[in-house]
Structure formats: structure tokens, C-alpha cells
Design a protein around this ligand. Structure first.
Ligand code: ANZ
Length: 823
């Protein structure tokens, strides 16, 4: 190729859209065109990004980060012969579209479709090589038909059931909220105070798989802190259930059961506490033997507590309660202990009642201090003095405890547990914090629960031939505290027509977390209208090899997805236990002010504007270069420009260098290039994108210093490396300047580049009068072509300084070893 003095200006907008169209037309990344055969667990790569909610505000820079990261991997894996599955879809049901509809009256289906269209166009524009043939949206009847099918299968197996339950209720959004939607007792969306309300709700019995949800974590390559968070949520505790005799002959039952993980502290119990929902409280309120004023007190307290959300009760530093008027007997020492009603005791955990040991439990301590109850220390530290100004919660040595005096906590627990079990008042028990999954939502824009009620109010499954059980369109979105579906005439008429007069449909829709708990399975076979996915496709692509999600999904989304996978396995569809092999989380991109981006702070960056100004390649490389993928990092406009300059240099070098087969790549550049290749080979799987970009930049800087030192072949190796990160410019140069006959994205990447073609060089020291004064550093191939005279001449020029003004008396050359001049 001839060196050119003038070359076309670097202007990404002139070619980026052109290549998009070209790739789309040739279906370059479509799974159907070339990936169907010979897929096995060794050669397949299922890459997944947590599918986006298509919000009205469009793609943000955070989406670009994770999508680009996976795209780079997808391009790399394809180029080394892997069968890549890289699907795309939309988590399209959800509250924002519905809230927008409430405000504007525009149907959520319309806003959602529009948002998806915008997202799709934006994602395509940044060159994400998705397999668009698999695109799905959870709000599409072809999708939610199978969400409903899953519901019915769960129902059939007794894993979906209905029960009356206290729920978090936001009085302003007029909806039930999941625990994680309650932040410090306030609604995540509108900051109103959340209250508790009893409602009849549908649940999925996720606790059925609780042990597997714990043990399965061992199979996943995931951060320890994330696994710990999920384990904490599941909250397995081994302890003892102890029965305390109630000292009141008019009250049944005769005993109060508590769950404790510290039976060794039983000598330190100074009060008992039951949750306001505990059945004993109802008994007390009904009892004629408890004074009226005590009951009034209790009743007032209970009403107030029940309005609080569970979260509020858990975190509040102020512990409150009322005395119940009852006592129990401590089975270990026959002490009379008062029973209190306190809302820091939760009804859904353990037995909903506790033996309180203020000396060794902080919550009990705060309560005891507030109500002047005794604090009795029964454990002391192993190696330090007991501080009686605060609770001592750690393990230590038992004191003031006759049966276990001087025993270490672990032994003491064992001893007491055994003792109580023998006496028939204790039982070893395992409890879990995990509750069944409440899936009912009193909202419109979600999957209708496929249940109908007969005139007596008994639930029946919607017949499978009536699926998809369509979401009615004629509804009034305005929240009334009831499900919006209740306002649909069509829905009611449809139900009566199909099931009989007086029948009614279930008006609740499902939590959108249900939609997203199985979408990765649907991806494998998105157009199947006989099954949610065929066993063949499922077992061909599952499990997901790499899943990138935001850290906000560590607990629930992954727990629910794991639950659905186990259920699909038990239905006989899958041969695996866990849906994902490896999970990673992207860091957050902060605003230029180092703060979390938010519209109200005015520090958001619109990726469209960056693309328009600098092109998609610059945006992609910049985001990969900002810092470690998994860390939070601020946006910096100057670095964006730096990346743009890097790409324009690439452009100039390819247009102005003599890239021909005669050029031998200089040693320096070979080093730099092999650095790029090995960084890709070792760094990509570790998501070390920024170090790869840095090595590409140093390669280009070196090249710029000596532009005619790169061979055509090696220039392709570099361009191919760059193509994973910057697919547009590399295609334009490959097809335009390097005259490649096919897409750069379909040529292979030489992972062995370093080993195969890296040339060794030979270093020959040069001595003057026996002293080393310099050295020759020559590539092996070049050395072969030089004769002795030429080598001596080169050596002479290297040590010119030391030879000046003298005459060379003798020259000794030991081939490839040393040159010695005697002067
Ligand atoms: C006596 C005791 C003494 C306790 C002590 C702790 C320390 P984890 O480990 O989280 O499972 N508990 C039991 N049921 C409860 C409920 N429904 N609401 C609130 N607290 C409850 O915690 C188990 C401990 O949490 C139990 O052990 C109980 O307090 C409390 F020095 O019993 B412990």
C-alpha cells in the first residue's frame, strides 16, 4: 500500500450508521444464521445483561457500560470460535408507565412501546451485537402467557397459594409494597409513610427450596459479600424452641413458646416479649380475667403498632411495648417472669415470641432500660472484664448459671439445649428469615393472575386453553385502593362468558419480579407457542455463563430466578440446578461532580449527545477506560475528548503508514502489540477493560513515533483487537484502507499471537579494551541476514564515543556472543 500524504478527515458520523445497516442486513450476529449446530457446554457462551426497564428517559450511560462490556466479550468469543448467545429483551411491565398513565391518561401500552422503540434504536446505535431474533418484552401476550402458565403449574403443585397476610401498604400509591420497596419506613417511590394492612394475597412458596437456595450458592462464581447478603436474606438460624409455662389458669394455651439461638442465657431472662400479632394477645383481649384498663392499654398499643411497617419496627432504636398482665415461669430456676407485648418482636419469625435477655441482646437492653426492667449478666468475656454499662453480645463464659457455670458459650448452648430437650420443654429447631414470596399487586400494568372465582368465592385456575389471559384494556387507571382491573367491563364479561354467571376474575396482577425470574429461559426459545421453551433449547444454552447485573439485584432478582430455575428443573425441563455460572456487578457511573447522577441534580449525561458529537466508538471506549468495571467512577468530559483523539490518531496512522508485507514490525511495537493481545486474553474474562484500552493506547503512541514500523499483518492484529471495543472505526479501516474482503467482525482473533509470531532478539555486548561499553539488540531474523563485517560495523557505531581519537588495533567477534575492540 502506498503512503498517502492526504487522507479523509476523521468523521465517525460518515461511516458509523452505514456499517450498522450493513451488519443488520447481513445478519452478522443472528444466532439462527450460524450458531444452531454443535453447541455444547464447552464451546457455548451465554452472555446476559439484566434486561432493562424501558423507561421514558431512554438509555443512560450505566446501560452503555454493561452492555458494551458484554458486547466486547461477545465479539471476542465469536472471534475465537465460541458459540455465542447474546439475547435482548425488555422488562416492560411496571409502575413508572402506569404512574405516567395516571398523570397523562396515555395508555401504558403506548408509552411502553414508544420507550422500547427508543431504547432499541439507541442500543443498536452504540453497536451492541445482540441477537435481535430473540427479542422479547414481558408485556407481550406471547410472553406473559407463559408467566401465567408458570403460575398455574406452581398452583397445581401447591407452590402458589392464597392467604390473608399483613402487607406493607403505601397510602399514597395505594398499593402493596414488597419489603425492599420500603426504605426506612417510607415508600421507595413517593416517600409516604408505609403502614401495615391485612389483605388476601397470592404467595409463591419459595421456602420450599430454602435449603437448596443456600447450598446452591456454592456452585456460583460470585463475590463473597454478595453471597453473604443473599444468605443473610435467607437467614438460617439453628436454635432451640423453649416452652415457658404461663402462670394464669384462665388463659389457654398453657405455654408460651420462644425461639432462641442463645439458650445458654436462660438464667438471664428478665422478661418475655410477644409480637402484637401473636395469638396470645387476642386471647388476653378476650379474657375476662385481665383488668379492663390493662386491655385498653394493650388494644391501643396493638393498633398503633400494626400501622408500622415491619422495616420500621426492625430498625427503630426506640423500643416500645406494654405489659400484658401475664407471667411465665422460667423452667430452669422457677423464676416468675412478666410477659410484655413489644413490636420489635416480629410475628413472621421464629415463634413470634422471645425470652428477653437484656444483658446480652441490645434490643432487649434498650427495652429494659426504657421500662426499668432488670438486667442480669450471665456471660462474661473470655479475656477481659465485664462492662455492665452495656450489653455483652459475644460468646464468652457462663456465670450466675448453676447448671453451666464456667462453661464456654458453645458448650453451654449444647448443654442447655440437651437438658431442655430431655425434660421435654425444649426442641432443637432451624428457622429461616426467608418468607414466601408475596406476588399480588393491586396495579394495572402487569401480568394478570390467571385465577377466576366461582360465585361462592372459591378460586379456580384459568383453563390453559384460555391463556394468554389477556390484560383488559378498558380500565380506569386512577388508583382507588382496589385493583384497576376491577373497573374493566370486558374482563368481567369475558369471565362470565367463559366460566358462568356470577364468576369473577382475580383482579390483581403479578409482581413484575415474576416476569424477570424466568426471562433468561424464554430467550432460548422465544417463539415457542407450545412450551415456555423446549428442553432442547433450554439445555443447549443454559446455564448463563456470565450475568452482569446492578448490585441492587444481589438479593431478590437472583433469589427468585434461582427459585424458578429449580422449579423448571423439577418440572423436568432443565438438567441444571443453578441458572448462572458467574455473576458480576457493574460499578455506577457518577456525574462529573462525583455524585450519583440524577435529573434533579442536573448532573446526568445523555449518551445520545456523546454519540452525536464523537461517535459511538468513543463513547464505548471511554466508558471501558474510565476505571475498573466494577467500581463507581465519575464522568469526565476531558477524558472523552482524549479517547476521541486516540481514535483520530488510529485513523491517521492507518491512512498514512506504509502498511505492506515488506515491513518488518519493530521490536518495540511487537512488544506493545503482544501486550495488547495478552491483555485481551487474560484481562477480558476478568473484566479488566481499562488495562486493555491503556495497552492499546501505548501501542498507538509508539506507532506514532515511527509510523513505518508496522507490517500489514500486524496492523490487522491490532485492528482486530480494537474491533471488540470500537467496532465501527475498525470495520471502516479494515474494509476501506486495508481492503479486507469481509467484515472484520467475522475474521478470527489469533489468541496465540504472542507465542507463534513473537520474534526473539539477541543481545550482543560490546567491549572496548575489555570493558562493556554498549550492546547490540538485533532480531533473530535480522541477525541471520547480516555477515560478520556488517555486525562489527553496527557495533562500532554503537560505541563510537569510546573509539573516537583512537585506532582499532584488534577486533574480536564471537558469533552471537560478544564484540571486543582493542584500541
Ligand atoms: C434470647 C437471646 C439472648 C437471644 C441473647 C439473642 C441473644 P437470629 O440469629 O437472627 O436468628 N428473636 C427470635 N424470634 C424473634 C422475633 N420473632 N422477632 C425478633 N427477635 C426474635 O436471631 C435469633 C434471636 O433473635 C433469638 O435469640 C431471639 O433472641 C431473637 F443473648 O433469644 B434470642
Amino acid at each position: 500500500m502506498q503512503k498517502k500524504s492526504s487522507y479523509p478527515e476523521f468523521s465517525p458520523s460518515l461511516y458509523e450508521e452505514k456499517w450498522l445497516k450493513n451488519w443488520e442486513k447481513s445478519q452478522l450476529f443472528n444466532r439462527k444464521t450460524y450458531l444452531q449446530k454443535n453447541v455444547n457446554s464447552d464451546n457455548k457462551k451465554y452472555l446476559l445483561f439484566a434486561f432493562a426497564y424501558p423507561s421514558g428517559s431512554g438509555l443512560h450511560v450505566g446501560h452503555v457500560l454493561s452492555k458494551t462490556a458484554l458486547d466486547i466479550l461477545a465479539r471476542y468469543y465469536r472471534s475465537i470460535g465460541k458459540k455465542v448467545f447474546f439475547p435482548v429483551g425488555w422488562d416492560a411491565f411496571g409502575l413508572p408507565a402506569e404512574n405516567y398513565a395516571i398523570k397523562t391518561g396515555i395508555h401504558p401500552a403506548i408509552t411502553t412501546k414508544k420507550a422500547i422503540d427508543t431504547f432499541r434504536q439507541q442500543v443498536k446505535r452504540i453497536g451492541i451485537s445482540y441477537d435481535w431474533s430473540t427479542e422479547i418484552a414481558t408485556s407481550h401476550p406471547n410472553y406473559y402467557k407463559w408467566t401465567q402458565w408458570f403460575f398455574l403449574e406452581l398452583y397445581k403443585k401447591g407452590l402458589a397459594y392464597k392467604k390473608e397476610a399483613p402487607v406493607n401498604w403505601c397510602p399514597s400509591c395505594k398499593t402493596v409494597l414488597a419489603n425492599e420497596q420500603v426504605i426506612n419506613g417510607l415508600c421507595e417511590r413517593c416517600d409516604s409513610e408505609v403502614i401495615q394492612k391485612n389483605m388476601s394475597q397470592w404467595f409463591f412458596k419459595i421456602t420450599h427450596y430454602v435449603e437448596e437456595l443456600i447450598s446452591g450458592l456454592d456452585e456460583i462464581d460470585w463475590y463473597d459479600f454478595a453471597k453473604k447478603q443473599q444468605l443473610n436474606w435467607i437467614g438460617k438460624s439453628e436454635g432451640v424452641e423453649i416452652s415457658f409455662k404461663i402462670l394464669n389458669k384462665y388463659i389457654t394455651p398453657k405455654t408460651l413458646k420462644v425461639f432462641t439461638t442463645r439458650p445458654d442465657t436462660i438464667y438471664g431472662v428478665t422478661f418475655m416479649a410477644v409480637s402484637p400479632e401473636h395469638p396470645l394477645v387476642k386471647k388476653i383481649l378476650k379474657s375476662k380475667n385481665i383488668p379492663k384498663n390493662v386491655k385498653q392499654h394493650i388494644s391501643k398499643y396493638v393498633t398503633k403498632s400494626l400501622k408500622k411497617s415491619e422495616e420500621q419496627r426492625k430498625i427503630s432504636k426506640e423500643k416500645t411495648g406494654v405489659f400484658s398482665g401475664l407471667y411465665v415461669e422460667n423452667p430452669i430456676n422457677k423464676e416468675k417472669i412478666p410477659i410484655w407485648i413489644a413490636d420489635y418482636v416480629l410475628y413472621g419469625y421464629g415463634t413470634g415470641a422471645i425470652m428477653a435477655v437484656p444483658a446480652h441482646d441490645e434490643r432487649d437492653y434498650l427495652f429494659a432500660k426504657k421500662y426499668n426492667l432488670p438486667v442480669k449478666y450471665v456471660v462474661k468475656p473470655l479475656n477481659s472484664n465485664l462492662d455492665t454499662e452495656k450489653p455483652f453480645e459475644s460468646a464468652g463464659i457462663s456465670i450466675n448459671s448453676p447448671l453451666i457455670e464456667n462453661l464456654k458459650t458453645k458448650q453451654a448452648i449444647k448443654y442447655i439445649a440437651k437438658y431442655l430437650t430431655k425434660k421435654g420443654i425444649g426442641k432443637i429447631k432451624t428457622t429461616y428469615k426467608l418468607r414466601d414470596w408475596l406476588v399480588s399487586r393491586q396495579r394495572y400494568w402487569g401480568t394478570p393472575i390467571p385465577i377466576v372465582y366461582d360465585p361462592k368465592g372459591n378460586p379456580h385456575p384459568v383453563k390453559k386453553e384460555h391463556l394468554p389471559w389477556l390484560l383488559p384494556e378498558d380500565v380506569d387507571f386512577k388508583p382507588t385502593g382496589e385493583s384497576p382491573l376491577k373497573s374493566s367491563k370486558e374482563f368481567k364479561e369475558r369471565t362470565e362468558k367463559l366460566y358462568g354467571k356470577g364468576w369473577r376474575p382475580e383482579y390483581d396482577t403479578m409482581d413484575t419480579f415474576v416476569d424477570s425470574s424466568w426471562y433468561f429461559m424464554r430467550y432460548t426459545d422465544p417463539y415457542n407457542d407450545k412450551k415456555f421453551a423446549s428442553k432442547t433449547q433450554l439445555n443447549k444454552w443454559m446455564p448463563i455463563d456470565l450475568y452482569i447485573i446492578g448490585p441492587e439485584h444481589i438479593v431478590l432478582h437472583l433469589l427468585y430466578s434461582r427459585f424458578f430455575t429449580k422449579f423448571a428443573r423439577d418440572l423436568g425441563y432443565l438438567n441444571i440446578n443453578e441458572p448462572v455460572k458467574k455473576i458480576r456487578h457493574q460499578g455506577m457511573i457518577l456525574g462529573p461532580d462525583h455524585k450519583k447522577m440524577s435529573k434533579s441534580k442536573g448532573n446526568t449525561i445523555n449518551p445520545d449527545i456523546v454519540v452525536k458529537k464523537y461517535g459511538a466508538d468513543t463513547l464505548r471506549i471511554y466508558e471501558m477506560f474510565m476505571g475498573p468495571f466494577e467500581s463507581d467512577k465519575p464522568w469526565d468530559d476531558r477524558s472523552v475528548q482524549g479517547v476521541y483523539r486516540f481514535l483520530s490518531k488510529v485513523w491517521r496512522l492507518y491512512h498514512t503508514s506504509e502498511l505492506n508485507s515488506r515491513t518488518i514490525t519493530s521490536k518495540e511495537l511487537l512488544f506493545a502489540l503482544s501486550d495488547v493481545v495478552s491483555n485481551i486474553n487474560y484481562g477480558l474474562e476478568r473484566l479488566s477493560f481499562n488495562t486493555i484500552v491503556a495497552s492499546m493506547m501505548s501501542f498507538v503512541n509508539l506507532w506514532g513515533k515511527n509510523i513505518n514500523s508496522l507490517s500489514y499483518k500486524d496492523s490487522v492484529v491490532f485492528l482486530k483487537s480494537l474491533s471488540f471495543f470500537a467496532p465501527f472505526i475498525s470495520e471502516e479501516i479494515y474494509r476501506g484502507v486495508l481492503k479486507g474482503s469481509k467484515s472484520i467482525h467475522s475474521i478470527p482473533f489469533d489468541v496465540n499471537y504472542k507465542v507463534d509470531s513473537f520474534e526473539r532478539s539477541v543481545v550482543i555486548p560490546i567491549q572496548v579494551n575489555g570493558k562493556v561499553r554498549g550492546s547490540l539488540d538485533i532480531l533473530e531474523s535480522k541477525l541471520e541476514s547480516l555477515n560478520e563485517t556488517e555486525i562489527i560495523k553496527l557495533a562500532q557505531s554503537k560505541v563510537k564515543k569510546y573509539l573516537e581519537g583512537s585506532r582499532i588495533l584488534k577486533t574480536v567477534y564471537v558469533p552471537n556472543k560478544i564484540v571486543n575492540f582493542v584500541v
